[in-house]
Design a protein around this ligand. Structure first.
Ligand SMILES: [Zn+2]
Length: 140
């Protein structure tokens, strides 16, 4: 499984829980030479938006190529536990991928802010406890 394969690459996505998942992309060799008819305009679905609670943090649990143009994606919403497996076209998956890139950045920013806020809160509690004589040097 960890053997490098030129036909697929792995990207790591870190979830709000701190757990990281690996998204595997499969590339089929003939893809770049495929000429797509310009007339075939397809509606792009916003995969990152949960149809149930409208949270925009839906992420892929599994991601697998089912044909040269379509992907089977297992989705999950971290907010309401909604999950779904669907087959989507390349354009939809591409736009989801862009969205994930943005989402991951936002997530990391939020996480950093959150960590800092938690630390400040804890320090505050600690100094309040000190001020209130709630801490006794019993362990010494
Ligand atoms: Zn949801």
């Amino acid at each position: 499984m960890s053997q490098p394969d030129p036909n697929h690459h792995i990207r790591r996505v870190v979830l709000p829980s701190g757990r990281s998942i690996e998204v595997v992309y499969f590339e089929s060799p003939g893809d770049s030479t495929t000429v797509r008819p310009a007339a075939r305009e397809q509606k792009v679905t916003d995969l990152h938006v949960c149809p149930q609670c409208e949270n925009d943090m839906v992420y892929p649990v599994e991601w697998e190529e089912v044909s040269p143009t379509h992907w089977e994606v297992a989705l999950r919403c971290p907010s309401c536990e909604w999950d779904h497996v669907g087959v989507y076209d390349q354009a939809t998956v591409d736009s989801f991928d862009d969205e994930l890139d943005r989402g991951t950045e936002t997530l990391l920013r939020d996480l950093k802010r959150l960590t800092r806020a938690n630390m400040e809160e804890e320090l505050e509690r600690f100094s309040e406890a000190l001020g209130a004589d709630a801490l006794w040097p019993m362990d010494f």
